[in-house]
Write a protein that binds this ligand. Structure first.
Ligand SMILES: [Cu+2]
Length: 204
């Protein structure tokens, strides 16, 4: 029972990390004391990467919106003070592994108290469609809907994904593309179902 719960938690993590996309927040964009964008929705399992593109800043988690006080949580997210430019932009990733809002601010100089340099990320449940879109990194994996949701314009149809099979071997494998693509969705659906079972068990 305990073992199974533990396994399920691991599977939840696996499922969410498979589905997660990566968002970018540019820190100090245009030389201003800003996070860009400073407010958007994400899903649990996603990651936000802060890119320090200009000036000197940090990112410190807080417990309230528009706050300049560090979060009381022992595992509060913090970065070092970093100086960036367009040519050399240090990055700091933040894994969004629980549902709920994330508040953060810049603790450098008076950027928060005077410059009101803070932001919010609303972390939604898996599968919920973000209403306030963020900036998804170009190389981020496509968001795989756990259920046949309405927000999946990018589901690869991939009839063209021909894995270099000899073309003239004819009709032995008319469904090769379909069978090649099958394992991934099956794995995702499988983990999602295990995740559901895990949640139910954990919440008993
Ligand atoms: Cu700052």
């Amino acid at each position: 029972m305990v073992k199974f719960t533990f396994l399920s938690v691991a599977l939840v993590y696996l499922a969410t990390s498979v589905n997660g996309v990566t968002y970018t927040v540019e820190v100090g964009k245009g030389g201003a004391n800003v996070y860009s964008p400073d407010n958007f929705d994400a899903n649990v399992g996603d990651t936000v990467v802060f890119r320090f593109v200009d000036g000197t800043h940090d990112v410190i988690q807080s417990d309230e919106a528009n706050s300049c006080a560090k979060s009381a949580k022992p595992d509060a997210f913090t970065t070092e003070v970093m100086t960036g430019s367009q040519n050399a932009s240090p990055e700091a990733p933040w894994s969004l592994d629980t549902v709920g809002p994330r508040y953060y601010f810049c603790n450098f100089a008076t950027h928060c108290s005077v410059g009101k340099m803070y932001g919010t990320i609303n972390v939604l449940e898996e599968g919920k469609t973000p209403k306030v879109p963020g900036v998804i990194q170009p190389d981020s994996p496509v968001k795989q809907p756990g259920t046949p949701a309405d927000d999946s314009p990018n589901v690869p149809k991939s009839s063209s994904t021909n894995p270099s099979t000899p073309t003239d071997t004819g009709k032995s494998a008319p469904k090769s593309a379909a069978s090649v693509n099958k394992p991934i969705p099956v794995a995702i659906v499988g983990s999602a179902m295990m995740s559901l079972a895990g949640y139910v068990l954990v919440n008993l």
